[in-house]
Design a protein around this ligand. Sequence first.
Ligand SMILES: Cc1cc2nc3c(=O)[nH]c(=O)nc-3n(C[C@H](O)[C@H](O)[C@H](O)COP(=O)(O)OP(=O)(O)OC[C@H]3O[C@@H](n4cnc5c(N)ncnc54)[C@H](O)[C@@H]3O)c2cc1C
Length: 389
Amino acid sequence: MNTDNDKRVIIVGTGIAGYTVARELRKLEKQVPIVLISEDAGDFYSKPTLSNALAMNKTPQNLITFDAGAMRTQLNAGIIAHRKVERIAVDAHEVIVNGAPLRYGKLVLALGADARRVPLAGDAAADVLSVNSLDDYARFRARLDGAKSVALLGAGLIGCEFANDLALGGYDVTLIDPAATPLSRLLPELAGDAYARALDRQGIRLRLGQSVASVDRGASGYAVTLGNGDVIAADVVLSAIGLAPRVALAAQSGIDVDIGIRTDAWCRTSAADIYALGDCAAIEGKVQPYVLPIMHAARALARTLSGEPTRVEFPFMPITVKSPASPTVILPPGEAGEWRFAPASADPRDGLSALCEHAVDKRALGFALLGTATQGNAELIKAMTTGAF
Ligand SMILES: Cc1cc2nc3c(=O)[nH]c(=O)nc-3n(C[C@H](O)[C@H](O)[C@H](O)COP(=O)(O)OP(=O)(O)OC[C@H]3O[C@@H](n4cnc5c(N)ncnc54)[C@H](O)[C@@H]3O)c2cc1C
């Protein structure tokens, strides 16, 4: 006999991925029982706002748009907060929470990622913060109270955004990265140089080509020692060196993982009736830890869960770097190509556009737009989508 428990869709995770699947599924299926389980409080907030909340004058509490209670009502779903899913009994179709089994018909893993940590020497290495959740952000804001200076490890998207936000908030910011330019995984070097100059004009001190060796307690605050022996004094040290998809729960339960939880183009994992998306998932071999791909995957997955198997199709999805010092939009090329650069105006401070094209057939592969050149973003995407580029 089929019971409600056999139809139940359990979603583990209440980040953008988990909640968007729930919302999209509820639009399609009014009756299906949905239960979300989360280690955190289950409050809904937009994670990208964590790195520009100071400029928006927002506290951690007022970043929450709907608390778990409001989400429960909105979605007509069960929300089990502050509980960790410890194990998945794949054959029995059960998740184990607090030692107790809960049966699912379909299970969605939207587990997110952990902040990566570099192994650091020094008596204050454990004090280095990272921000990948609202709780992390609340801890970070508490430590900023009374602080004047911040050392930031990692000049990727999140590090650069925090550097901008902190500088605008009046903090003295030092941004440290082993690469020669900021946003080195996203921008070609010439554009990275232009971006670095914009950060510099904002008053952000850049220590590029340098890694951090140790963090120690100083006379006041911390002493951050670089690989070349230089020491930077800072009241707060924040690490933003990247994310590692959370794969342990899936791996322990016998589900295939590699750089993320492996799924096909329908978000199906190697286990029957188990799906994955968001920062924890490698959909067709690619982890795309950004909001736009998550929204596309969530919409397709909701259809699949409602009985209409739907392939995830990703359109061109540019990445926006929220850095007022240099607004930046990047469509990373999917393969190697040749970059062409053009200044946005006669004044180099206005930014530039960089277009990447295939060396032989001249197909457009991607772009990077800085400063006022970002205004061309929509037009470029349209041209690439229609093949008119
Ligand atoms: C500071 C910052 C700025 C960003 N800025 C941008 C931006 O400008 N643009 C952009 O596109 N992207 C940005 N991103 C990335 C984007 O925010 C993420 O890709 C997205 O929020 C990830 O959502 P998620 O639901 O996959 O993961 P998460 O939000 O991490 O959610 C994971 C959920 O899983 C739960 N969970 C995990 N394990 C378990 C378990 N075993 N049991 C129960 N619950 C569990 C957690 O409690 C949590 O609720 C930014 C990220 C950060 C950190």
